[in-house]
Design a protein around this ligand. Structure first.
Ligand SMILES: [Zn+2]
Length: 351
């Protein structure tokens, strides 16, 4: 609204005369697009997997362009993104922004890595699921929380990490030279590969069917094994949105061990965990196209990305408001998931 027009409205209001009718010619405000819609999230994935970004290899111009893209979007949300230079080859970057809740000291961190594998032997690795999907989801969550700050207890720090693929260089440097006191971080939520059905490869599809897991409605979670309070909080959010969490510790040992092997020591939550901060790593696990040039945008399920994004907003808000006791560690062994009787799951569903 034009400043003079606003001033005129205030002047009119101050006169306490009857409210003037809104002139018929005033156009309605443009509807704000929903940052969690599938279309909006996929537009970020499309930008990040643009061939001009050359697969976003750590310390490449493509990774730099991805960082700039995210910083521009964050500023458009009214956030003040800050760069942290990451020492890797010619230079990589972490990017972080703070969204204040009522608790200005304690923080919930949510992050996703920006980089991927670049080009190898001439082949471009677009990394649509790994991890353009996660970067997009964290952008959607940041935009949503920027508008819903009043619902936050602890403040939220959103972070996009550089140089994850060469060995979590960005997140390691983030905890080695933290821009906020590590003691203030209640939990770190890592989003890495989040736009495909869970464990999207034939071998696992059969195993998930045996266990009665709906690969589309469920999401993988690593890191909650010793945090029953955090697991219960995340379970509640996913169940409320007709979803489900599947963690390695829920699975029978043979499958669970393989999932553990895939995730052990990997992901940007690990450096935080090494500092004693609980980490919750949400993702869809390894698909057939994991670290292949075929990890392309057409393999993602946009509605799934949207559904998980909406649920994870709930998770982050709930984490921001959870009592301290929800973050305490336990060494009790969680119960395992039981196979469902064969007759109840029937033929593989066609998604
Ligand atoms: Zn990744």
């Amino acid at each position: 609204v034009h400043r003079a027009f606003t001033a005129a409205l205030f002047a009119l209001a101050a006169c306490s005369s009857p409210t003037p009718p809104v002139p018929a010619s005033t156009p309605p405000p443009a509807p704000k697009s929903d940052p969690l819609s599938a279309a909006e999230l996929m537009s970020h994935v499309r930008a990040l997997t643009d061939p001009r970004l050359e697969g976003r290899a750590a310390a490449s111009e493509g990774e730099r362009a991805a960082t700039t893209y995210v910083a521009d979007r964050a500023r458009a949300m009214g956030l003040a993104p800050t760069e942290q230079a990451v020492r890797y080859k010619t230079g990589s970057h972490n990017l972080y922004a703070r969204i204040e809740g009522t608790n200005k000291d304690e923080l919930v961190v949510i992050g996703a890595h920006l980089d991927h594998l670049g080009r190898r032997d001439g082949a471009l690795y677009p990394g649509a699921d790994d991890n353009a999907s996660g970067v997009a989801l964290v952008l959607g969550i940041a935009a949503t929380l920027a508008d819903r700050r009043s619902e936050l207890g602890r403040s939220v720090l959103v972070v996009w990490f550089g140089a994850e693929e060469p060995g979590m260089i960005g997140s390691q440097q983030f905890v080695a030279e933290p821009p906020v006191p590590l003691a203030n971080i209640a939990v770190m939520v890592n989003i890495d590969m989040i736009g495909r059905p869970l464990l999207d490869q034939p071998l696992y599809r059969a195993a998930m069917g045996f266990l009665g897991v709906d690969a589309v409605k469920s999401v993988g979670l690593v890191g909650a094994r010793h945090y029953p309070g955090l697991r219960a909080l995340a379970d509640a959010a996913f169940t409320a949105s007709d979803g489900e969490i599947v963690a390695a510790e829920d699975l029978p040992d043979d499958i669970g061990d393989e999932v553990e092997r895939q995730s052990r020591g990997r992901g940007d939550s690990v450096p935080f965990e090494e500092k004693g901060i609980p980490g919750l790593f949400f993702g869809d696990g390894e698909s057939t196209d994991y670290h292949q040039p075929t990890d392309t945008i057409d393999k993602l399920t946009p509605s799934l990305l949207e559904r998980r994004a909406r649920t994870l907003v709930r998770v982050v808000i709930d984490l921001s408001r959870a009592p301290k006791s929800a973050f305490s560690r336990s060494d009790a062994i969680p119960p395992k998931r039981k196979p469902v009787p064969h007759s109840t799951y029937g033929p593989e569903r066609d998604h």
